[in-house]
Design a protein around this ligand. Structure first.
Ligand SMILES: Nc1nc2c(ncn2[C@@H]2O[C@H](COP(=O)(O)OP(=O)(O)OP(=O)(O)O)[C@@H](O)[C@H]2O)c(=O)[nH]1
Ligand SMILES: [Mg+2]
Length: 242
């Protein structure tokens, strides 16, 4: 089961004073408008319409909180780089985003989404350099990887990795596609560790028991214990009293 499958929408925040007070750990998703932030949240949550996705850039306007587990959140941020009036951009950045990213105590790390076809734009570099000063980690998703060939993907990874090495030593990187749902397990490892959430391991029955099930005669009921072979498999336990 995907680690963030339980995600549900919690609240939209337009003022710092309205931040959820019970948050212990949260991860913010930032990046250019249209880079695929909301889509990435939906993909990680294995959900189609949790965060609002749109072809029109600039649709996510405030901070959208999604509860993952008690006191743990993903936060979808408004994108940057979409032409709005300069005074709107400044007031949103100075009044909400900058203080949030700089001072929010439960914020444990930033996921920076960059379109794998146009990574490291001027604004991405500004964001990277600026957030790196908090000392908190950054995980980069090179999004829309489905639009690149394998060769181009490898090249994009290598090039961005090279640039990052010069900017920050607290930064990790991977390819991601919401369309193809690739990169989810890789992201879960990093984000799960930040949030102190561990993937639930599915219990796979021992090989012997699986083959026994296949070999079971058709007319025998599927019970957990069988007198002939089950005692051994069940650790020599007696069958429950009838
Ligand atoms: N091919 C492809 N398209 C994608 C992928 N991820 C997102 N898109 C598309 O890109 C567009 C923007 O996606 P959003 O998730 O809304 O982007 P956003 O970064 O949240 O955008 P803003 O909220 O405007 O900042 C939509 O049309 C998505 O369907 C992907 O992995 N592959
Ligand atoms: Mg969005």
């Amino acid at each position: 089961m995907p680690l963030f499958q339980k995600a549900v929408f919690h609240t939209t925040v337009a003022n710092l004073r309205d931040m959820p007070f019970d948050s212990q750990r949260e991860i913010a998703f930032a990046g250019r408008s249209n880079a695929g932030k909301s889509s990435a949240i939906n993909t990680l949550a294995n959900h189609t319409r949790l965060a609002f996705v749109s072809k029109t850039p600039g649709r996510t306007q405030h901070l959208n909180y999604f509860t993952l587990d008690e006191g743990k959140y993903f936060v979808d941020l408004p994108g940057y780089g979409f032409a709005k009036a300069p005074e709107d951009i400044r007031s949103q950045w100075e009044g909400l985003l900058a203080p949030y990213l700089r001072f929010r105590v439960p914020l444990v790390g930033l996921v920076l989404i960059m379109d794998s076809r146009h990574p490291l734009t001027e604004l991405d570099l500004q964001m990277l350099g600026w957030f790196a000063q908090t000392g908190k980690p950054i995980h980069i998703l090179l999004s829309k990887a489905d639009k690149l060939t394998r060769q181009e993907q490898a090249l994009a990874l290598r090039e961005v990795q090279g640039e990052l090495a010069r900017i920050s030593d607290n930064c990790t990187l991977q390819l991601f596609s919401s369309l193809k749902k690739t990169g989810v397990a890789e992201a879960e490892v990093i984000l799960g560790a930040w949030l102190d959430m561990t993937p639930v391991q599915e219990t796979i029955p021992p090989v012997g028991l699986r083959s026994e099930k296949v070999a079971r005669p058709k007319n025998r009921k599927a019970v957990g214990w069988s007198a002939r072979s089950g005692a051994k498999a069940a650790g020599n336990k007696k069958p429950p009293a009838q």
